[in-house]
Design a protein around this ligand. Structure first.
Ligand code: BTN
Length: 135
C-alpha cells in the first residue's frame, strides 16, 4: 500500500513540472508590442507547435507599414517561441526578414529579434527586442 502511494507521488512529481511548462498560444489571439505593431495568431498545430499568423508593422521610422500586414510563421515548444516574417506582400517588398526568439509567460511574449535586409551592396542586419502583450 505504501509502495503504491510512493509510486503515485513520485510519478506526479515527475509529470507536474512538465505540465506547468506546457503553455500554448490561444487561437485566435492578438498581441501588440511596444512599437504598436500587431501580431495575430491564426493557427497553432497541436503536435508540431507550428504557428501561422499575420504581422502588421507599426514601428516608427521603418518601412512596410500598416495593413494588410505580412504572413507570419513560427514555432512554439513549451514556452520557447520563434517567429519570422518576410516583409513581402502583394503591394510591398522591403527585402527584409525578421526573426524573433523569445519566451511566452502569461500574457507576454518577450523576444529579441534580428532583422536582415538586402542593400545594393549585399545585406545589413539590425537587432532589438520586442515585448508582445496579449490583447
Ligand atoms: C523594414 O523596415 O525593412 C521592414 C519593417 C521591419 C520592422 C521591424 S521588425 C522588428 C521591429 N519590431 C517591429 O514591430 N517593427 C520592427
Amino acid at each position: 500500500m505504501r509502495l503504491k502511494l510512493f509510486l503515485r507521488v513520485t510519478a506526479a512529481a515527475a509529470i507536474l513540472p512538465h505540465l506547468a511548462l506546457a503553455q500554448t498560444l490561444p487561437v485566435p489571439s492578438t498581441w501588440i508590442n511596444e512599437r504598436g505593431s500587431v501580431l495575430t495568431v491564426q493557427s497553432v498545430d497541436a503536435s508540431s507547435g507550428k504557428i501561422l499568423g499575420n504581422f502588421t508593422n507599426n514601428a516608427p521610422n521603418t518601412a512596410c507599414l500598416g495593413t494588410p500586414g505580412f504572413d507570419l510563421a513560427g514555432k512554439i515548444e513549451n514556452d520557447d517561441v520563434k517567429l519570422y516574417v518576410t516583409f513581402k506582400n502583394q503591394s510591398m517588398d522591403c527585402r527584409t526578414i525578421t526573426l524573433w526568439t523569445g519566451k511566452l509567460a502569461g500574457d507576454k511574449i518577450t523576444t529579441i529579434w534580428e532583422l536582415v535586409y538586402l542593400t545594393p551592396d549585399g545585406f545589413s542586419t539590425a537587432t532589438g527586442s520586442d515585448t508582445f502583450t496579449k490583447q
